[in-house]
Write a protein that binds this ligand. Structure first.
Ligand code: NAG
Ligand code: NAG
Ligand code: NAG
Ligand code: NAG
Length: 601
């Protein structure tokens, strides 16, 4: 189980970065800002301070299609499909592929799978107008929304070298599955694509739709800036960001808008489905059982929902629920709130980490992050990283998040970054969100730990190794049993590592204590149990992969073994001779904490 989760996480990440394949990131003058047309500047109404996302040089953004009527429109006539007066009737519109062909460009020109990390031939052969399985919980189909009360949406799609078919499939899915009444516009921001068919052929395709506009950046802006630029161009009440390789499902838009109509400070993520990068099959991933977390390293991860919250969710399967973090592939936010609360951190480099920063910021500054189970959007989980992995940009971004928001807890960020991230020099400033902090009276990070994300375990002082205690032989993790008791102590028993909340985080301390749930691991009749810490308990240490226990009678090593407890056969941990080299006597902790003197603030 652990495998797929880690893989998916990595790939989602990979695909977020897919459209930022160029490794360099331009250093923008004027504090990293870009300019759009003047008329859009008035979006920054006085009450919102959006200094950090100001766009101040028009020439950097070419506006390809000059939209004459961009005032907010509402179309009450439901019979009008996606062609308000003036645009070509649906039947006259040409598919993107036809336009590409008539421009003399081969549809199969750029299909190198090692460039795109998907089977490009396969996506081109897959219908761009397809029916996919309805992956929502059954109850969702009967939920009715009062369209007139919902805010209207601007869809913002950053684009960078996306194969034409995945892009057109996304557009078709949006047009098919979004009520026209709620769809104000689709804004495409091309961030320096160089594929032939994404040039004038794309312009021609886009021009067929009144509600669609394309803008092209003149230098590489990357994820954060592109999305912020799109937000400033948008006129809808709500901005919905979609990666260019997503595909939306039936009824996807209403639940997102509904949540924001109830509370404009909610940022809402759809449930994420999966598109296989080789077969282009569409399948369910979220089943109302997954949400987003971040680790002390500030890395995002999908994790199973804790049992306490799960019960509530399954009782009301259509209701949006809280998540500590959202992932950037797809999310919806009230446009003015988003700009007011600081947009995205445009000081971050190229890709990665901005979704976690936004999540922490919004929680601390009085908003909330949610997942709407009735909204399903699929994401192509690409087969691999599109370029040689450079972690330095990501670490740079995550370090900004830690320095801006973690306060006294930021030392843990450095502990868990293996020395890659160095604490700042006194000359470095992380004040980009200071005005937001003041304006919204944002809370301190421990509020988030207490109220939103208690699952983020704080390692005890003096921790050397931290995380799930995983057995190398079985690949499983251990945690204190609920029921299996040995002489009034909880036995350590095996759990699937995926089920976090049972497996628990262990901390191996410099002083030889092995702790979990603020208690100590001790030995009872050669078996490992959890008990209150006392000085009589011997000392633990990790010698290579051996977990060694030493007390007055000498040293022994921990090994996974089976044991019958109350007529149930359980996998438990027992002390054996350290001569045993069986892999069931080998252990791993995911994190060795990195401590340099300077990380102690
Ligand atoms: C905007 O950028 C262009 C090219 O990057 C530059 O030539 C021009 O002087 C800039 N204009 C302003 C007003 O800064
Ligand atoms: C990619 O898809 C095409 C068309 O379906 C197929 O012929 C080919 O074998 C696939 N390539 C790989 C590497 O799977
Ligand atoms: C909106 O959500 C925030 C965060 O959960 C909450 O504090 C606030 O009271 C909500 N506002 C309304 C009007 O419900
Ligand atoms: C390791 O131990 C397990 C359980 O005792 C046993 O089934 C397995 O055969 C052992 N493997 C080796 C290589 O000794």
């Amino acid at each position: 189980m652990r495998g797929p989760v880690v893989l998916i996480l990595m790939l989602c990440w990979a695909s977020i970065v897919m459209w930022t394949t160029r490794k360099y990131f331009p250093h923008l003058t004027n504090g990293g800002n870009v300019l759009v047309q003047k008329s859009f500047m008035d979006l920054s109404s006085q009450q919102y301070d959006i200094k950090s996302v100001n766009i101040d040089n028009e020439s950097k953004l070419r506006k390809v299609k000059i939209e004459t009527n961009i005032a907010r429109k509402r179309f009450d006539d439901k019979t009008k499909q996606h062609g308000p007066s003036g645009s070509k009737a649906k039947t006259q519109r040409k598919p993107f592929s036809e336009i590409i062909k008539s421009s003399g460009i081969s549809l199969y020109k750029d299909i190198d799978p090692s460039r795109f990390h998907i089977n490009v031939t396969r996506t081109h052969e897959t219908s761009v107008r397809r029916k996919v399985p309805d992956t929502r919980p059954n109850e969702c189909a009967s939920v009715k929304y009062d369209m007139k009360l919902l805010p209207v949406a601007s869809i913002v799609i950053p684009l960078h070298n996306e194969p034409w078919s995945t892009f057109e499939r996304l557009i078709n899915s949006v047009l098919t599955h979004s009520p026209r009444l709620l769809l104000h516009e689709i804004i495409i921001i091309d961030d320096m694509s160089d594929l032939d068919y994404l040039g004038s052929a794309l312009d021609e395709y886009v021009e067929q739709f009144d509600l669609m506009r394309i803008y092209r950046t003149q230098e590489r802006l990357g994820t954060m800036k592109t999305r912020v630029v799109g937000t400033k161009l948008a006129k809808g009440d709500v901005v919905v960001f979609l990666d260019s390789h997503t595909e939306v499902n039936v009824g996807w838009l209403e639940p997102l808008l509904y949540e924001i109509s109830k509370n404009s400070t909610a940022i809402v993520q759809p449930s994420i489905d999966i598109i296989d990068p080789q077969t282009f099959q569409y399948r369910q991933y979220f089943r109302n059982n997954i949400r987003g977390h971040f680790k002390w390293s500030m890395a995002y991860e999908f994790v199973p929902i804790p049992p306490t919250q799960l019960k509530e969710i399954w009782e009301q399967p259509t209701k949006a629920f809280d998540t500590p973090a959202i992932v950037g592939c797809a999310f919806a936010v009230n446009r003015k709130y988003f700009l007011g609360v600081g947009g995205l951190d445009t000081g971050m480099r190229t890709w990665g980490g901005e979704d976690v920063e936004l999540s922490i910021r919004v929680w601390l500054c009085g908003g909330s992050m949610k997942i709407a189970p009735c909204s399903h959007v699929a994401h192509i989980f690409k087969k691999g990283h599109p370029f040689k992995m450079e972690y330095s940009d990501l670490v740079y971004n995550n370090r900004r998040t830690a320095e801006m928001w973690l306060g006294d807890y930021r030392k843990y960020f450095y502990y868990f970054n293996n020395g890659y991230a160095k604490p700042p020099k006194s000359s470095e400033k992380f004040d980009i969100m200071d005005t937001v902090k003041q304006k919204f009276k944002c809370k301190k990070f421990d509020w988030l730990l207490r109220n939103v994300f208690p699952e983020l375990d704080v390692p005890p002082e003096g921790t050397q190794y931290f995380g799930h205690m995983r057995n190398v032989g079985s690949g499983f993790c251990f945690g204190p049993a609920d029921k299996a008791i040995l002489k009034s102590y909880s036995l350590l028993v095996l759990f699937d590592c995926f089920f976090y909340y049972q497996a628990q985080h262990f901390a191996l301390l410099e002083n030889g204590r092995l702790m979990v749930r603020r208690q100590c691991v001790k030995v009872e009749s050669d078996f490992l149990v959890v008990a209150p810490c006392t000085d009589e308990i011997g000392k633990w240490n990790l010698k290579g992969k051996l977990l060694v226990y030493t007390d007055g009678s000498g040293s022994k090593c921990a090994m996974q073994t089976s044991k019958d407890v109350n007529s149930e056969n359980l996998q438990v941990i027992r002390l054996v001779s350290c001569e045993n080299t069986n892999t069931t006597a080998q252990w791993e902790f995911p994190d060795k904490l990195f401590k340099s003197q300077s990380t102690e603030h």
